[in-house]
Ligand binder design. Structure first.
Ligand SMILES: Cc1cc2nc3c(=O)[nH]c(=O)nc-3n(C[C@H](O)[C@H](O)[C@H](O)COP(=O)(O)OP(=O)(O)OC[C@H]3O[C@@H](n4cnc5c(N)ncnc54)[C@H](O)[C@@H]3O)c2cc1C
Length: 479
């Protein structure tokens, strides 16, 4: 049987590989790093396991539960409770998420801004409407025929235009309502309204943490891969691809370890810049080239990791702390010193002996490279970079103590990571959510101009764990 290659083993590639193996394909995963998982990897500091890019998800709801069952890893991946609040430092606004669906969230925000009650409800009613018209959220009943009905009335407007059309002119509301933009990375002024809704829905309605985070997923996937004889090749990339002279198809792949595999299909779950150079120019259409020419990265994060003294009994909690309400600037490069937000997660995970705390401040890889005069390849021991890391550790701690004054003297930082560290987990770009989704710019997802090659991943479809899994499932159903 010919090989089906899945390139990249983040949550997108892992989900795709297992769905293909379940469909009887002989699957090999090609992963550049020495380990599988990409951003869902946990890592260890002082005996504690910390998450890289999986701190919470949009509740287990029907979609995630359904997907876990389809993948047969529901016994490994279990929810853990978490509450959330948003603090806007410039206005003193502090709102706790009810975590009981969109109506409850709309009521909660409206109680703080009664003049805007109708418009706030219109925002979340529209979000629900988008989800109701996105059949893939109903994973168990989703079919190929449903795919075409995914367009909604809102497809032609941005989140910012929705605000303008609905009289939502208050800066605080323009930060609170699309707060989950911080979980997909496209600023409201650029972001198609339905894309925002699909990424934000579960997070708005019913947030959840995951017991053992990415470790739970990776355990489940490894077990299922063993059942289906999925071949995992780590520390490996594709050196070159061979193509038919008569048809637009790929016939074989030569890997960095020297072996050549005969190819059935290839699924690229990596950034387009990692696979486009492998495809022959003669097969690429002008539309494809234009679409990929101006891809813009999303933000990444500067992160601090630590533990909290146990006697505080701090519960699992997510806090979005915004120094100012300008989400558009926060999510656009060039505002490192002036606009940022810090997400903070307190976690009592069964894997850990103590409560852990992670705070991540929005930041762009390109801004760090410019400020520190380094590149992704040479930053490690650069004096300016070391100084920058110390400086931002302190800046983030100031935010943390504004949000959690009780943590002063009881929070012990044991690690930091910059956006450049992220480029090790998700090479070559290192942005948290792949590429920004712009209005009127379709993503390169699904079949590529080479007929047996496909693109997926948060670069290609939706970011976030659930989005990446749904993207892979969509591709599997589309055949
Ligand atoms: C700090 C941070 C916090 C986040 N928090 C959350 C959260 O709480 N909840 C949530 O849902 N999402 C969160 N996200 C986003 C989420 O982690 C990502 O959207 C998702 O994990 C992306 O999965 P992916 O498979 O598409 O890509 P990745 O995880 O980036 O995987 C790509 C894989 O491809 C490999 N690769 C790259 N190039 C090649 C090549 N040439 N050959 C072979 N392999 C290659 C990489 O090594 C990597 O393993 C966060 C992200 C970050 C950075």
């Amino acid at each position: 049987m010919k090989n089906t290659l899945v390139v990249g083993s983040g949550i997108s590639g892992l989900t795709m590989a297992l769905l293909l193996a379940q469909r009887g394909k002989q699957v090999s995963i090609v992963e550049k790093m020495p380990f599988i998982g990409g951003y869902i990897n946990r890592f260890t500091r002082q005996g504690m396991r910390f998450d890289t890019g999986l701190h919470f998800t949009g509740g287990f709801g029907d979609s995630l539960t359904g997907l876990l069952e389809i993948l047969n890893i529901q016994d490994e991946v279990k929810p853990a409770p978490i509450t959330a609040n948003i603090m806007l430092a410039d206005s003193g606004c502090n709102i706790a998420f009810p975590g009981k669906g969109l109506d409850a969230l709309a009521d909660t925000i409206a109680a703080h801004f009664p003049k805007y009650t109708d418009a706030i409800h219109r925002f979340y009613t529209a979000e629900q409407d988008v989800i109701d018209h996105t059949p893939i959220f109903d994973v168990k009943n989703y079919t190929q025929a449903d795919f075409l009905s995914q367009l909604t009335d809102y497809d032609a407007i941005t989140v910012q235009e929705f605000f303008e059309q609905n009289g939502l002119d208050l800066p605080e509301l323009q930060a609170l309502l699309p707060i989950m933009s911080l979980c997909h990375g496209t600023p409201p002024v650029e972001c198609p309204f339905p894309f925002h809704c699909r990424c934000a829905y579960g997070l708005d309605a019913n947030l959840s943490a995951i017991r053992s985070g990415g470790d739970a997923f990776i355990r489940g996937f490894k077990r299922e891969f063993a059942r289906y004889n999925v071949n995992i090749l780590t520390d490996t990339t594709i050196s070159s691809l061979q193509f038919s002279d008569t048809q637009p198809i790929c016939t074989a792949a030569t890997l960095s370890d020297g072996q050549t595999l005969e190819i059935g299909d290839i699924y690229f779950a990596v950034h387009p810049s990692a696979y486009i150079p492998l495809l022959p120019d003669r097969l690429l259409t002008p539309q494809f080239k234009r679409r990929n020419r101006n891809l813009k990265p999303t933000c990444s994060f500067f992160t601090i990791y630590g533990t909290i003294d146990d006697e505080l009994h701090a519960p699992n909690k997510l806090t979005f702390f915004l120094e100012d309400s300008d989400i558009n600037s926060i999510l656009t490069p060039g505002h490192l010193a002036t606009h940022s937000s810090t997400g903070m997660v307190t976690s009592n995970d069964p894997q850990n002996a103590h409560t852990t705390f992670t705070a991540f401040r929005t930041m762009f890889v390109e801004d760090v490279e410019k400020l520190c005069e380094v590149t992704r390849d040479n930053y490690r021991n650069a004096p300016r970079y070391i100084e920058f890391k110390q400086q931002y550790r302190e800046i983030i701690l100031q935010d943390v103590y504004k949000a959690y004054p009780e943590y002063k003297g009881r929070l012990h930082i044991i690690g930091t990571a910059s956006p450049l560290t992220c480029s090790r987990f998700s090479p070559p770009i290192g942005s948290a959510y792949g590429t920004r989704q712009l209005l009127a710019q379709s993503r390169t997802s699904g079949r590529l101009p080479v007929e047996n090659c496909y693109a997926l991943g948060h670069h290609a479809q939706f970011p976030g764990i659930l989005g990446c899994m749904l993207g892979a499932y969509n591709l599997a159903i589309m055949g």
